[in-house]
Design a protein around this ligand. Structure first.
Ligand code: ZN
Length: 341
């Protein structure tokens, strides 16, 4: 791995067209049974190969085995009824049909450990694995059992901790919790959100990361961003709390975002995964644009703690666009790395 500025994506990559319909979130699988199992595995290895070919240092599974970053994990839990769906407002922003919690939630078997072992066997590069964070999980469900968002979050945190420990045992180097809900429910973040996240990461020896963000480049998110004004100061609420937490790395979007750059200084001491690739546009950044974004944050994060990345997952993009963006990220980081040497 490059000693300075190791590059990675936030997590998801587009899936091959033979596995599911491209450029679509929650796209249904095109295969079934054993063919689906094999197809997901093949796609995972393709995604890993494409990241290495693009020159990225830290490799993920591209989330090729999940239909959605939250619900695929929840599907493996008991206490959740997927037939009994309700329409709820997600992130206070858009309506979605989600499963319902109808009893005590529990995890009966590992969810991603086999996938992680597959990826581990395939590459010597450091590997990163994303899991949903506790608050984002409860925000993607209807609850008819607990009656308390906090209580359900603690249950999910304990379940995530079991899963994370198995991923660590499978050889995962960085476990990342995706918590876009941290940008919306500020009182909950303060009261129990960060504590529940720390519970999910408790006892891990591998590195831990949290990805907060303004969402994929889907319409509901871009419409919401248009209401946030010229300066996006949401991170001002969560960063001081995360700076004090035991999470090692904070991942945030930067390129083309209206986040004031100095907010990154609130994380001083932590490693920061800085998004230098906009996932809400098909325009592929030039290496010089990536380099400019990275140079712009060096005043606020020490070079040895900067991890160049994408703003968010790239699942909804076309594959050639995602490949171009990964190559630009690697090339842009190389420019700045040479300047720092
Ligand atoms: Zn994101």
């Amino acid at each position: 791995m490059s000693a300075l500025l190791p590059t990675s994506t936030v997590g998801s990559l587009p899936k091959p067209a033979w596995l599911s319909e491209p450029e679509k979130l929650w796209s249904p699988w095109k295969l079934e049974g054993a063919e689906l199992t094999e197809g997901k595995r093949d796609a995972l290895l393709l995604a890993a190969g494409e990241q290495r070919a693009a020159g990225l240092d830290i490799v993920s599974d591209g989330e090729q085995t999940r239909q959605h970053f939250v619900t695929t994990f929840i599907e493996h839990l008991s206490g959740v009824d997927f037939e009994n769906r309700e329409t709820v407002r997600i992130r206070d922003r858009y309506d979605a049909s989600v499963p319902t919690v109808v009893g005590t939630v529990g995890r009966e078997r590992p969810v991603f450990a086999d996938d992680a072992k597959t990826l581990r066997a395939h590459t010597d590069a450091p590997i990163k694995w994303a899991l949903p964070g506790p608050m984002t999980m409860i925000d993607t469900l209807a609850d008819k059992h607990y009656g308390s968002r906090e209580e359900l979050a603690w249950e999910f945190a304990a379940i995530l901790n079991q899963e994370a420990k198995e991923l660590e045992a499978a050889g995962v180097d960085i476990i990342q919790f995706d918590e876009p809900a941290f940008n919306v429910f500020f009182d909950d973040v303060k009261d129990w959100g960060v504590a529940a996240l720390e519970r999910a990461a408790e006892g891990l020896r591998c590195e831990t990361a949290v990805h907060i963000c303004y969402g994929y480049g889907i319409k509901a998110n871009t419409d919401w961003k248009a209401t946030l004004g010229a300066e996006w100061r949401q991170y001002e609420e969560s960063f001081p709390l995360l700076q004090q937490s035991n999470i090692d790395i904070v991942s945030l979007e930067r390129h083309n975002s209206h986040v004031p750059v100095d907010l990154i200084g609130l994380l001083r001491g932590k490693k920061v995964m800085v998004g230098a690739i906009d996932v809400a546009t098909d325009a592929v950044e030039t290496p010089d644009e990536v380099a400019a974004t990275l140079r712009g944050v060096l005043e606020f994060v020490d070079a040895d703690k900067l991890l160049p990345s994408t703003n968010c997952g790239m699942a909804p993009l076309a594959r050639d666009v995602a490949r171009g963006k990964m190559s630009a990220l690697a090339a842009g980081a190389a420019i700045v790395r040479a300047e720092l040497a």
